[in-house]
Design a binder for this molecule. Sequence first.
Ligand code: PFF
Length: 511
Amino acid sequence: MTTRRQSWGSKIGIILAVAGSAVGLGNFLRFPVQAAQNGGGAFMIPYFIALMIVGIPLMWIEWTAGRYGGGFGHGTAPGIFHTMTQKNRFIKYFGVIGIFGPLVIFIYYTYIESWLLGFTILSLTSKYSQAIAAGEIGKFFSDYLSVNSVLSPAYIFFIITFIINFIIIYLGVKSGIEKVAKFAMPLLLILGIILVIRVLTLGTPDPAKPAWSITNGLGFLWNPDFAALKNPRVWLAAAGQVFFTLSVGIGVILTYASYLKEEDDVVLSGLTASATNEFAEIILGGSLIIPAAFAFFGPDEIVKIATSGTFSLGFITMPVILSKVPMATIFAFVWFLLLFLAGVTSSISLLQTPIAFLEDEFNMPRKKSVTITGIVSFVLTQPAIFFLANGVVDELDFWGGTFALVLFGTIEAVLFSWVFGIDKAWDEVHKGAQMEIPGFYKFIIKYITPTFLIAILIGWFIKDGWPVIIMQNVPEANKTYILATRLGLLALFFILAVLVKIAWRKRKSRT
Ligand code: PFF
């Protein structure tokens, strides 16, 4: 390697950066909806099992594999897999998924993040409060989303969000990502705690309806329905949520960890980042939107609300709820700002991976790698913006944000324990470790983690795979868009694979 790789400035910096990637929209919007729909408190049983046998193991695997690959100048999966498997000719192509996934998620995640910036600002305007007062916030939201020109507010906020992301990334790992995480993460946690206190002290907002209380709202979310555990979908949903919320199985933590030094701890750091995420998810995420919606809309309406979709909860229900408390404007502002900060610290992690790929494997200077990634991701984002209503974002989320995670996580787990070898891997994990992983985890990581992941993949394929592939549930009018999205994704994957091939050919001719 001719160029020196970047590095983190401090231990707390990388922990907050990884926690920043993990704490995102998933914690505050996706988690409560998943829990409410999948057995309430009982959801936490498969959730904790998945956290213990795949979430945390994958966290350790990615921190370790990333630090190992970084030592050889590789910050993304193709190069990391290549060094971990003694330069096997084919395995680096599996690593393509670890660049493809972050790029695909970035395409739609940043757009959604930009709505939050939009609403953070718009929540201070009179148009917004008028819409709330008239009971028309739903229309306000759908008007915002119908982008028909580059001058639409949604498009302008998208451009601003996009630029913010690229400025942070351009400043680099230490001066960009780490600085932002150190500032945004404590702020986000404070805002979250303020909101939770506000919600939990709401008591019974309508004295005429004593059953509509926050306590009963917490009960609605958390009372266990054990019968749900018989349904395999609940288990799939729990595992999917654990992946998504921890940002594992996608490649971004590999990249972050590749900027560690050889003797930096990964065991305690990985665990701390995971614990921070779980606090934000279960304690904060689990105390906000669903209990509040219950207290204001009651036990019948909440069932409808919880199934109305993540976005309507965040952009319609929550603003209505917050409009009913004193200092409504401030609380709405805090809610959207909290989500925007959570979004930014996640989307920058998605960007760093393709940039690291260009830097490490093509020896590209930062300016050039950031510019290329900027142009490519800008172009790719356009269909997500203009064809949102045609199901393009859902399609991208399925392949990039769900399927790719489980597939890539499975590949990582198998490579780590079975190709790299669990004994060598165990020594590698414990280099510089500030804590020892209990011995039984060696067994879990070697046998249970891959088996569980493979079972999920097979289970998904048997249950849902074929109907998804043949677009059985896609409305006729959207089929062309979905097909085009799929072809686009295939093309992107193919181009990345070719880039890997070119990078290695160049490397051969260099050395
Ligand atoms: N963990 C993020 C959330 O909970 O919103 C989402 C995410 C970010 C997933 C980055 C994957 C990723 F690489």
